[in-house]
Structures are given as C-alpha cells and as structure tokens.
Design a protein around this ligand. Structure first.
Ligand code: ZN
Length: 197
C-alpha cells in the first residue's frame, strides 16, 4: 500500500493507486507518518486516518490473480495422453471428469504421476515424461492415468491427523481395472528405483 525509501535526506514514498485523489488530510497523515519525527500520539492518530481510508476504499483494490499459465503438452512422442484420458473418461467415468493432463516438462526418477486439487495446478494430471517411450507398455500408461483420475473422484482427506490419499474405496476401484495386476508387476519390476526403465 505504502512504501518509503530513505536515501540520505531524501524520502521517496510510493503509494497504491487507491491514494490517487485521496483527501488532503490523508496525504498529510502519510507525510507525517513517514517523513518527519512526530510524537507517538500524533503518529497513532495518523495511522488511524490511513487505516480508515484504506478500509473505506477496500473495494477499489483489485486483486490480480496470479497468472496461471501452465503449458499443457499431452501429445508425446509415443503416447497421446489426451486420447488415453478421453477414452478412460468415457469408459470408466461416464465422461464426468473435467481435468487437464500433460506430460511433465522434465523427467523425474521417482514420481510417475501426480494429481493436484489445490493451487495453480488444480485438477491437473502430470505424467512423468520418462514414460513416453516404446519400452513402456500401453496398459501401464492407461493404468497410471486411470489411477490419477481416481484421485479426482476420491479427493484426499485427513483421517486421524494423517493425509489419506488412497482410501479403501479408491483401492477397490483401482483393482477393477483390467490388467491392474500386470501393471503393478511391470511397475515393480521395471520402475524399481535402481533399474528405472
Ligand atoms: Zn495415487
């Protein structure tokens, strides 16, 4: 709202736009607060004037939303995540889900996929680019995307102080996925930490 820089005897005060056309007594209070040595009681009174002015003009403050520009890149060299997501959405979720999907920009050695329900990446599934290779079977990518989609259905919750990401119902539905066992086995064998792909 107000910032003041002091350089030797020179003061530079920057004010938020809402102070444009502010009444003289408000500007006077700002000057007294930031540029001169005033008594404590005067400073307190000045601050009160400034605070009141800000409160009365709160509606003029425009909160610019953080730019949310996440570059979606679902079409990989081998797998088209958009196509996989659409097919799964039709087949298992009656086209009810509305989320974005993309390959990660960088490869990650540990995390194969993520789904977030907060922040800038809200409702975005990100799949590790490391998996965009012919060495990875299609059923595994399908399984992984399906798993991340289930997170949209069963949002994480806190139970007994712990975050529960995969509740029982989640695991039950996950097992319904055809080739679930095969996908898990493949993951265990090929994606174990030391022999990643
Ligand atoms: Zn998960």
């Amino acid at each position: 709202m107000i910032s003041c820089k002091r350089n030797f005897n020179k003061h530079t005060i920057r004010l938020h736009n809402i102070f444009k056309n502010a009444p003289e007594h408000v500007l006077d209070a700002i000057l007294k607060t930031y540029t001169s040595f005033t008594r404590k009681s005067t400073r307190t009174a000045c601050r009160k004037i400034i605070r009141n002015f800000i409160t009365q003009n709160q509606h003029r403050i425009v909160h610019k939303q953080k730019a949310c520009r996440i570059l979606l890149d679902p079409v990989g060299k081998v797998f088209d995540l958009g196509e996989i997501y659409n097919n799964l959405n039709i087949k298992y979720f009656s086209s009810s889900l509305n989320i974005h999907i993309t390959w990660s920009h960088k490869s990650n050695k540990r995390l194969m996929g993520t789904w977030k329900d907060t922040g800038l990446e809200k409702n975005l599934i990100r799949i590790n680019r490391l998996l965009d290779t012919k060495k990875v079977p299609t059923y595994y990518i399908n399984y992984l995307v399906y798993h991340e989609m289930l997170h949209e259905v069963f949002k994480q919750r806190i139970v007994n102080g712990r975050i529960q990401r995969h509740p029982k119902e989640f695991r039950k539905l996950e097992k319904n996925f055809p080739l679930y066992k095969k996908a898990c086995e493949w993951q265990k064998e090929k994606l174990s930490y030391k022999k990643l792909l």
